[in-house]
Design a binder for this molecule. Structure first.
Ligand code: NPG
Length: 381
């Protein structure tokens, strides 16, 4: 028999964060991470990470729901054959095409399968995604950091946290904002560091009527404001974009390449945050990158507090040439005391793209065992 999927394993891993992460949609103190392992009949293991949170605060997906849709629908669909086609990315895509939604669950599973397939071919994810740009792929990517709303809502606490990140070498600061925690935070950071690359992220916390609140941040030379309005409101984003000087960048709204096209056509966004988990995988992410590059629209790689598994794949994606802005691809130490993989370490503001085949990293078995709270496996009948 030629190589096929032998087994799919799910792991729930408890990863305490080094500090609480507060956004306009809630506070996270730990990550309940769902990892997927795809074992092949020729002995390779591929890995994918599900970026859903424990509760449906950022999107409708959440960890228990992802386990359910994987168990009941996604895994049976990809296990319906175990010949060599079962790992082929185009075949996998076709197998899942009839199941709507659940992009985070799909991304985790398809990344594990893609990683296994690439390992079998001794090919790196970055080379696979960037096949159209072989001479323009980078071997390191510039990194920004996303700074939550301080639990005490104190400007000095914010400045202390930002100072620490700047000392570590981060090249761009992103401040989480919401009405009541916006212009004063932006002003304080801008006055303390007049030259730092600075941007904001509202996670949908404003409404069309709040245009004056958003315009009040125009004097502070921001790279962009991310997702000010509810994700469905593309026209509202176009109105805001026309009314303020700071460029609008969409995140939550961009759920597919079709929405990306619509948002660009409406002038609802002039920059796009690409998160594979939000759009259903790394191939879809690459396609949005290619579209934006053709149109001269800058993109950057978002983050969802990933472990080294998701981070490795994000860093490979961010090595494509259209990723012209620093991403939310911070070092492992920004999130976790102990990562499940060899930690990603900041080098002069950059993370290095893994050099091994596939996503280029794998969990350290003893760490995975220590942190796993639940696991399950699935194979052909
Ligand atoms: O560095 O990974 C990171 C975090 C970047 O701010 C960040 N992520 O809204 O983009 C976001 C936010 C997020 C994190 C959203 C976790 C959902 C879950």
């Amino acid at each position: 028999m030629r190589t096929g999927i032998e087994q799919i394993r799910l792991y729930r891993v408890d990863m305490p964060l080094v500090r609480p992460f507060r956004t306009s949609f809630g506070t996270q103190t730990t990550r309940d991470v769902l990892l997927v392992e795809a074992r092949t009949s020729d002995g390779h293991s591929g890995w994918g990470e599900c970026v859903a949170m424990e509760w449906p605060g950022y999107s409708y997906e959440y960890v228990d729901g992802c386990v359910d849709v994987m168990t009941e629908h996604l895994i049976p669909a990809v296990l319906s054959t175990n010949d060599e086609r079962s790992l082929d990315p185009a075949f996998v895509h076709a197998q899942l095409a009839g199941i709507r939604g659940y992009p985070m669950a799909k991304t985790a599973l398809t990344t594990a399968l893609l990683d296994a397939w690439l390992r079998g071919r001794a090919e790196r994810l970055v080379d696979y995604l960037g096949a159209a740009y072989p001479n323009e792929l980078r071997d390191r990517v510039p990194c920004g950091v996303s700074v939550g709303i301080p639990p005490d809502e104190n400007i000095d606490s914010l400045l202390d946290e930002v100072a620490g990140y700047i000392d570590e070498g981060y090249l761009r600061i992103k401040l989480k904002i919401q009405p009541g925690w916006d212009v004063q935070a932006v002003r304080a950071v801008r006055e303390t560091w007049p030259k730092i690359l600075l941007q904001t992220d509202a996670n949908q916390a404003y409404r069309r009527d709040d245009v004056d609140l958003l315009r009040a941040m125009d004097p502070y030379d921001l790279l962009l404001v991310e997702q000010p309005l509810p994700e469905e409101d593309l026209v509202g984003h176009a109105m805001i974009a026309a009314a303020i000087d700071t460029p609008v960048c969409l995140d939550e709204s961009i759920t597919s390449i079709e929405v990306a096209e619509s948002a660009l056509a409406l002038n609802a966004t002039s920059i796009i945050n690409i998160k594979p988990g939000r759009i259903g995988g790394y191939v879809a992410a690459r396609d949005i990158h290619d579209l934006c590059r053709d149109r001269g629209v800058p993109v950057w790689c978002g983050g969802m507090l990933e472990t080294g598994i998701g981070r490795a794949a994000n860093v490979a994606l961010a090595a494509l040439p259209g990723f012209t802005l620093p991403g939310d691809t911070s070092a492992s130490g920004r999130y976790f005391g102990l990562d499940v993989t060899k930690p990603f370490v900041l080098d002069d503001g950059y993370l290095h793209v893994p050099q091994e085949a596939g996503i280029g990293v794998q969990p350290i078995a003893a760490v995975l065992e220590e942190l796993t709270t639940w696991s399950a496996f699935f194979r052909h009948d």
